[in-house]
Design a protein around this ligand. Structure first.
Ligand code: GLC
Ligand code: CA
Length: 579
C-alpha cells in the first residue's frame, strides 16, 4: 500500500464543461449491430422487428440513444457496409415500415435513433455502378466513381500503388461487354465497395437527398462511415511517393496517405451541417434541444488536433475518440490521452466522444487482457494465445467506469454491458469478414466481436432468435453471460452498467469539468474530479498498480471492484464523494 496519499485536487481544470444543453454533448449511445442483436423470425440474422421488440431493454439500461449499423439493401459483402440502395431496407432486416415502427417506438421510449451513413463507397450492385459499367469509359456514369486507365503498355497495371484496407490491391479491372479488359476502379475496401467520386456535384447532391430522406423519416442523427476518406489527393498519387513527400516515409495506414484526411472533406460536412441545422431552427427562444439532429464522424485520424477539425462548430457534432480506444492500459498513457483529447476538442468547443468497443475491434473485455502496449490485433484465432478472460473483464469494467465518468459523450457496443468477450476460438470456416480471405488468412478479421447476443441461457441460440440458427457461431461462455443470468443479479456486469449509467445521468457527469488529482498514491493511478454546478464533486480513481487507500472522508458511489472497501486494488475504478 502506498504511503503518502494526499489526494490534492489541482487548482486549474484541464477541461471546463461547455454548458451547452444539446443532447449530443453528453449522450450515452448504444451501438446495435443489427445482424447480431435480436432475430425475430429465426433465420439466424438479427432484424428490425427484433430490435424494436427489445427497445425497452435499452431504456432500462439507461442509454440516451441507439446507433444502428447499416440496414440498407445490400449484397452483404461487408455485412451491410456495401449499400445497393440507400433509401430502402434489406429484406433480411425488414422493410421501411419496420424502420418507421422502430423509430416511432424508440421515440416513445425517449430513445434517439442514429443511423449509419456510408458515403465513401456503394455496393458494386448499386444502380449507379451497374450503369457506370454499362456506359463505358468517358461517360458521365463513370464519373460518379473513380475509374482510371491502367498503367503499362496495355493498361494491365493498376493506376497507382494503393492497397485496400481488407488486403490486396485497391484497384479492380473491369471488362467490356465482349469480355475485353478495360478500365480500373478504385475501392479502398472490398472490390464490391467501389469508391464514389466526391468531386462530382451529382454525388454531393445525391447524398444531401439521402440525408433528407432519413431526416424526414425522423432519425435523430447519423454515424458517418470512414468520414476521412471521401476526397483523395489530386491526381491520385502513389502512396509511397506521397508518404515520402509528407516526410513520414511510411506507406502503411498512416493518415497522411493520399486517401485520408484531405482538406476537401470539410466542405462536404459543412454542407451537411447546414442541412441538419435547418431541421432545428435556432432563433431567439426557438432552440429545441429535443429536436436537434447530430452527426458523428468515424474518422481514424490522428493526432487529436487533426481530428478536432472534423468537429469545428460548423461541421460534425461528434467524432469517435479512437485514440482513447487505442491507448495502452497504463496510467501515464491514459492521463496523456485524456488531456490531449480535451485540449484539442475544447479548442473548437466540441464534446469528446469516448469509445472502447465497436464492430471493428476486438472487444475491450478481451483486448485489455492482451500484453499491454502491443498493437491491437485484427481478431484472435483459436491457434493464438488465449487471453485471460477474468483479467480482461476486470480491466474492462475499470476502463468503462473511467470512460463513463469523463465529461463528454460515450458510445457503448452491444453486449459490453454483459461483459462479453470476443469469440476467440471461432472455426476459420465460419468467418464472414472479407478481411480473412482478402488478407490471405493473415488476419482473422472482425467476426469475433460480431457474434449474436445471448439473451436467455436455456434457449435455442441463447435467445437470440426463436431457432438454433445464428449467422456466426456463439461460444459456449455466452450462455452464462446471457441477459437472463445477469438481470436483477447483484454484482453482475449488467447491473453494474445500469448503475453507472443511472449515476452518470443523475449526476450529469457528461457536462462536468475535469480537474486532475495529485498525490493519489503514485504514478500508477489516474485520478480526477468531475465537477458540475449544483452537484457535489465526483472523485474518480483508476488504479494500475499497488493497492491505494482512499481518503478517510470517502463515500463510495460505485466501484468496479469491491464497493465496501476503502482500498482501491489494481485494475479497479472507484467513483466517490467526500464529506
Ligand atoms: C467502417 C466500418 C467498417 C467497414 C468499413 C467500410 O470502418 O465501421 O465496418 O468495413 O467502414 O465501410
Ligand atoms: Ca431475422
Amino acid at each position: 500500500m502506498s504511503e503518502q496519499t494526499s489526494w490534492i485536487k489541482q487548482t486549474s481544470a484541464t477541461h471546463v464543461g461547455h454548458g451547452g444543453q444539446e443532447w449530443w454533448r453528453t449522450s450515452a449511445v448504444y451501438q446495435v449491430y443489427p445482424r447480431s442483436w435480436a432475430d425475430s423470425n429465426g433465420d439466424g440474422v438479427g432484424d428490425l422487428p427484433g430490435i424494436t421488440a427489445k427497445l425497452p431493454y435499452l431504456r432500462d439500461l439507461g442509454v440516451d440513444a441507439l446507433w444502428i449499423s447499416p440496414f440498407y439493401t445490400s449484397p452483404m459483402a461487408d455485412a451491410g457496409y456495401d449499400v445497393a440502395d440507400y433509401r430502402d431496407i434489406d429484406p433480411l432486416f425488414g422493410t421501411l415500415a419496420d424502420a418507421d415502427k422502430l423509430i416511432a417506438r424508440a421515440h416513445e421510449l425517449d430513445l434517439r435513433v442514429i443511423v449509419d451513413l456510408v458515403p465513401n463507397h456503394s455496393s458494386d450492385e448499386h444502380e449507379w455502378f451497374k450503369a457506370a459499367l454499362a456506359a463505358g469509359p468517358g461517360s458521365p456514369e463513370r464519373e460518379r466513381y473513380l475509374f482510371r486507365d491502367g498503367k503499362g503498355e496495355n493498361g494491365e497495371l493498376p493506376p497507382n500503388d494503393w492497397q485496400a484496407i481488407f488486403g490486396g490491391n485497391a484497384w479492380t479491372r473491369v471488362s467490356d461487354a465482349d469480355g475485353n479488359p478495360e478500365q480500373w476502379y478504385l475501392h479502398l475496401f472490398d472490390p464490391k465497395q467501389p469508391d464514389f467520386n466526391w468531386n462530382n456535384p451529382e454525388v454531393r447532391d445525391e447524398f444531401v437527398s439521402i440525408l433528407t430522406f432519413w431526416l424526414d423519416r425522423g432519425v435523430d442523427g447519423f454515424r458517418v462511415d470512414v468520414a476521412h476518406s471521401l476526397i483523395k489527393a489530386d491526381g491520385l498519387p502513389d502512396h509511397a511517393a506521397h508518404a515520402q513527400m509528407a516526410g513520414t516515409g511510411d506507406a502503411s495506414h498512416d493518415n497522411g496517405g493520399p486517401m485520408w484526411d484531405q482538406e476537401g472533406v470539410h466542405e462536404i460536412y459543412r454542407a451537411w451541417r447546414e442541412l441538419l441545422d435547418s431541421y432545428n431552427p435556432r432563433d431567439a427562444d426557438g432552440y429545441d434541444s429535443a429536436a436537434d439532429r447530430a452527426m458523428c464522424a468515424e474518422a481514424w485520424v490522428s493526432p487529436p488536433e487533426r481530428l478536432a477539425r472534423y468537429v469545428r462548430p460548423d461541421e460534425f457534432h461528434q467524432a469517435f475518440n479512437f485514440a482513447f480506444l487505442e491507448t495502452p492500459w497504463r496510467a501515464a498513457d491514459l492521463h496523456e490521452s485524456i488531456t490531449s483529447s480535451y485540449r484539442s476538442n475544447d479548442s473548437v468547443g466540441a464534446p469528446t466522444t469516448w469509445v472502447l468497443s465497436n464492430h471493428d475491434v476486438v472487444r475491450h473485455a478481451t483486448r485489455l487482457a492482451l500484453p499491454v502496449g502491443q498493437p491491437r490485433p485484427n481478431g484472435i484465432r483459436a491457434e493464438d494465445p488465449q487471453p485471460d478472460a477474468a483479467l480482461g473483464l476486470r480491466r474492462a469494467l475499470a476502463a468503462t467506469a473511467l470512460e463513463l465518468a469523463l465529461p463528454g459523450g460515450a458510445y457503448l457496443y452491444q453486449g459490453e454491458e454483459l461483459g462479453l468477450p470476443d469469440h476467440t476460438t471461432m472455426p476459420d470456416e465460419a468467418r464472414q469478414d472479407p478481411t480473412w480471405e482478402r488478407s490471405e488468412h493473415t488476419e482473422a478479421g472482425r467476426d469475433g466481436c460480431r457474434v449474436p447476443m445471448p439473451w436467455v441461457k436455456d434457449a435455442p441460440s441463447f435467445g437470440f432468435g426463436p431457432s438454433e440458427a445464428t449467422w456466426l457461431p456463439q461460444p459456449e461462455v455466452y450462455g452464462d453471460l446471457a441477459v437472463d443470468q445477469q438481470d436483477g443479479v447483484a454484482g453482475s456486469t449488467l447491473e453494474f452498467y445500469r448503475r453507472m449509467l443511472r449515476e452518470r445521468h443523475a449526476r450529469e457527469l457528461g457536462s462536468g469539468s475535469l480537474t486532475w488529482v495529485e498525490g493519489a498514491g503514485d504514478d500508477d493511478v489516474v485520478a480526477f474530479v468531475n465537477s458540475r454546478d449544483g452537484h457535489e464533486d465526483l472523485w474518480v480513481v483508476t488504479n494500475f498498480g499497488e493497492p491505494v487507500a482512499l481518503p478517510d472522508d470517502t463515500f463510495v458511489v460505485l466501484s468496479s471492484g469491491d464497493a465496501d472497501s476503502l482500498t482501491v486494488e489494481r485494475d479497479v475504478t472507484v467513483w466517490f464523494t467526500r464529506a
